[in-house]
Design a protein around this ligand. Structure first.
Ligand code: ACO
Length: 402
């Protein structure tokens, strides 16, 4: 469809659709999702196959540029990213100014936005070449910001990565390297993180991605658009669910593992509590990512020799929900984040960093969607409304107001 047709059709009837449950905001060739059948594909490739056979950087390339890279394309892409894997030293001063107690999502959103100040040329994007520069910059710098956010919390020195390593291996090393530089690579952790990042890499027009597209539609630069996406992701109804799931499972454990009590709370319409990690706006069947993650959680914890009672509580809760008519009737199944926190915890990542790890995974998706929106020359996003406020009123001076 020629998008210019929409411009001429844009006057007239206004539809109201709270939460945009039935409103398509764009045409997109990136991610296919069939929520009834539980199918997810990136650029036509099934999520199951990509999670098993591809690595995260290949998937990032696929999402952003539309094709799986050749070996040469992949190497060049990685080299271009590595060349950008530094941030201005002054960014450390901004990071230092945050209290230790600051939530990492607030920190990473601010630092991502701050990148615009240190890379002013990234704000004006006029060609595909400009876009490419912004793309490799953010893919290079974001993992550094993630590692620094984590290290700052723990009071560890802030340094850079090791460009002899793969993209994901390097992220783990940047995070977990000891102050004396010591670091032992663990292939189980690298593979697990690679898989988790792939599973989170895109999910069509969710809340954070729509935010990235709408902010980018004003021609704000990529970094500002991504920063807005990070803020949208933070909420517990979206990416923040992975943190909320773990906190809920911990609370159940501390409550003698009483899953029934929490099931009852979730079903009580007077109680605002929801079973975190259950339900999805689009999936009315099993979230295919949740199936992969559940298996990965078993494997990773098994390989690492970790016995986590939280995993047993999660499995118990899932079983109960799948047999409960409240959840069955509403088609509420575990979503991607029901099990991801258990793996992150097994990897030694603190709970309040979980959503940052999600952002790391979603980064290629946000980039791909922003790039698609700009290449398609989409108009500025500007929904309408139905006004329900006061009718015309006469101004009353302050001394006469009651
Ligand atoms: N626990 C209990 N009841 C629930 C839950 C839940 N987790 N999720 C939905 N419901 C109920 C609602 O109360 C509603 O019931 P009703 O029909 O009796 O009023 C019905 O199921 C439909 O729910 P909606 O809120 O209308 O569904 P919506 O599509 O707007 O929300 C959402 C989807 C936000 C994911 C919701 O299911 C939820 O809050 N889940 C918990 C948070 C979560 O896990 N978020 C992560 C989503 S995945 C992601 O972002 C990566």
């Amino acid at each position: 469809i020629d998008i210019s047709n929409f411009r001429s059709l844009s006057k007239g009837v206004i539809t109201i659709d709270p939460g945009f449950k039935n409103t398509g905001s764009c045409e997109s060739g990136i991610t296919f999702l069939d929520g009834e059948k539980g199918i997810l594909r990136y650029r036509g490739y099934s999520i199951e196959e990509l999670a098993e056979k591809a690595d995260f950087l290949e998937v990032a390339y696929l999402l952003i540029f539309g094709e799986l890279p050749t070996k040469e394309q992949n190497d060049k892409f990685h080299e271009d990213i590595k060349a950008q894997a530094v941030v201005d030293e002054d960014v450390k001063k901004i990071l230092e100014a945050f209290p230790k107690s600051a939530h990492p999502m607030g920190v990473i959103a601010s630092l991502t936005s701050a990148l615009t100040a240190f890379n002013p040329s990234s704000v004006n994007v006029n060609s595909e070449e400009d876009m490419y520069k912004s793309v490799v910059k953010i893919l290079g710098k974001f993992p550094v910001l993630v590692a620094w956010t984590y290290r700052k919390k723990l009071g560890l020195p802030l340094d850079y990565g090791d460009d002899s390593l793969g993209y994901v291996e390097n992220i783990l090393k940047m995070m977990f390297r000891k102050p004396n530089g010591e670091y032992k690579q663990n292939k189980i952790l690298v593979d697990a993180l690679d898989k988790l990042l792939i599973l989170h890499a895109d999910h069509e027009q969710n809340c954070s991605t729509s935010t990235v597209r709408i902010v980018g539609s004003s021609h704000a630069g990529l970094f500002a658009s991504i920063s807005a996406g990070i803020s949208a992701l933070w909420g517990p109804l979206h990416g923040g669910a992975n943190q909320a799931v773990l906190e809920m499972l911990e609370a159940i454990k501390d409550d003698d593992g009483d899953t029934k009590k929490y099931m009852a709370k979730a079903k009580d319409k007077e109680d605002p509590f929801r079973l975190m990690g259950f339900g999805h706006r689009v999936y009315k069947n099993f979230d295919p990512r949740a199936k992969i993650i559940k298996k990965a959680a078993d494997e990773v914890l098994g390989d690492l020799g970790i016995e986590d009672p939280i995993l047993d509580i999660a499995k118990g809760l899932e079983k109960e929900a799948l047999e409960d008519s409240y959840f069955v009737d509403r088609k509420l199944y575990p979503n991607v984040d029901f099990y991801s926190g258990i793996i992150y915890r097994g990897m030694g990542i603190p709970t309040d960093m979980f959503t940052v790890m999600f952002a790391l995974g979603r980064l290629p998706g946000w980039i791909a969607q922003w790039r698609e929106m700009r290449l398609r020359k989409e108009p500025i996003g500007r929904p309408r409304q139905i006004y329900i406020g006061a009718t015309e009123r006469k101004f009353v001076p302050i001394e006469d107001r009651k």
